[in-house]
Design a protein around this ligand. Structure first.
Ligand SMILES: [Zn+2]
Length: 416
């Protein structure tokens, strides 16, 4: 069962890039969990992303490598704490804020991930990321794997299929610390990717609870750390909220009515930085109703057209497919914005512009128009078209006067 592309999280990641952060705030917060195990958290404004660094006689092991934008900060923190490069990198799943820093450490670290990760990183929207070779795993598995490293027994278990379809958990059995990937979300409602299944959360979390000792420290992919008891309460929340929404639907209420009736009551306290109580009701309802289609990814054909015929043709191809083949391809989310963003990040500024322009035309009601406008302003500035840059910067600021990168860009443009 699939949920239509939920690009919310990747969009949030786009928006939470370091340019959006106060420039003098420390990018990485270090917490010592044991003498040789550190939590490295990047502050993304409304949430954190959590890596673990394990230091010892055999060398360094890093769990998750943050986003590409935070890679240099991560490299600096790893160097400072470990005085070396990582021997191993473990990626808890394929999302960009967990694998983005792999490449900065080069080809030497042995990268370990779920066996679905390589294919995932070469398809779907990731095709536009054109990840360098060093990003890809060297060792993959789909059940479990044990590492004996730094006098520790590190157990890796695939508990995939809820948030995404390729999550693994990383358990430092002697230290009694576990990284639970995005099976938990700092004990807020979790998010669900298009390849995830919201109904799998209770079963997978129960399996994690069985595997883990009661005195374990739980690190999740994002936000606060917790205890086994927190995990048990979180499991209760998953079971109860699923039942409440299931009951509501079978009584004939739809999602909007369930949201209005505030059916989750006290469970609303699990609302967090990027999944509100209404989002959680929606995720659950979609999962329970199971009316989610499996459509083909539109990114691959657009990518091929871009490569062979250029960006203008690729944008035309997008609209042709959307007009004539919307039954076959998925157009959920913010396809053009995502492509434009990825291209500009890879330095394909000229190519990004038509995609971003088309996004404004294609998504008149998008709440991310300010971001698209900002990206256009930035792109036009980079290619020396300052008047257009200023126009789009003004548009971004009309839509979101607080958006710091646009404020900064306008100041730069006005100076010049
Ligand atoms: Zn994720």
């Amino acid at each position: 069962m699939r949920i239509p592309s939920t690009l919310m999280l990747s969009i949030l990641i786009l928006i939470a890039s370091p340019v959006a952060r106060a420039s003098d705030s420390p990018a990485i917060r270090v917490t010592e969990l044991t003498d040789d195990l550190y939590l490295l958290a990047t502050d993304q404004g409304s949430y954190t992303t959590n890596s673990l660094l394990f230091v010892g006689a055999d060398g360094l092991l890093l769990v998750d490598t943050q986003s590409e934008d935070d890679a240099e900060e991560l490299e600096r923190a790893v160097e400072e704490l470990g005085k070396a490069r990582p021997a191993y990198i473990i990626n808890t799943h394929r999302h960009v804020e967990h694998i983005g820093g792999n490449a900065i450490f080069g080809e030497e670290p042995v990268v370990i991930a779920h066996s679905l990760v390589p294919e995932k990183l070469r398809t779907g929207s990731h095709i536009f990321d054109e990840f360098p070779d060093a990003t890809f795993p060297d060792i993959t598995f789909d059940t479990s794997l044990t590492l004996h490293f730094n006098d520790e027994r590190i157990e890796l278990h695939a508990l995939a299929g809820s948030h995404d379809d390729n999550e693994i958990i990383v358990h430092f059995t002697k230290a009694r610390v576990v990284h639970l990937s995005s099976l938990v979300n700092g004990f807020n409602f979790p998010s669900v990717d298009s390849d995830g299944d919201v109904l799998k959360f209770p079963e997978l979390v129960a399996r994690a609870m069985e595997m883990l000792p009661r005195d374990v420290t739980i690190v999740s992919g994002h936000n606060d750390i917790g205890t086994w008891e927190d995990l048990r309460a979180y499991h209760q929340m998953l079971v109860q909220t699923t039942q409440i929404v299931r009951d509501g639907l079978s009584e004939g209420y739809d999602v909007i009515e369930l949201q209005k009736r505030e059916v989750l009551g006290e469970w609303g306290r699990y609302a967090g930085s990027y999944v509100s109580v209404d989002d959680w009701i929606k995720y659950l309802a979609r999962g329970i109703e199971g009316k989610d289609e499996t459509k083909k990814s539109v990114f691959e054909p657009i990518y091929r057209t871009w490569k062979h015929e250029g960006a203008e043709s690729a944008v035309e191809h997008y609209f042709t497919l959307k007009r004539n083949h919307s039954e076959e391809y998925g157009f959920g989310g913010f396809v053009l914005l995502e492509i434009g963003d990825k291209l500009s990040r890879r330095g394909h500024t000229e190519a990004a512009i038509p995609f971003l322009e088309a996004d404004l035309a294609d998504q008149p009601d998008s709440k991310y128009r300010y971001y698209t406008a900002y990206k256009l302003a930035d792109a036009y500035h980079k290619v020396g078209k300052e008047e257009l840059a200023l126009d789009y910067c003004e548009m971004a600021l009309d839509l979101n006067p607080e958006f710091a990168p646009a404020v900064a860009l306008r100041a730069t443009l006005e100076e010049e």
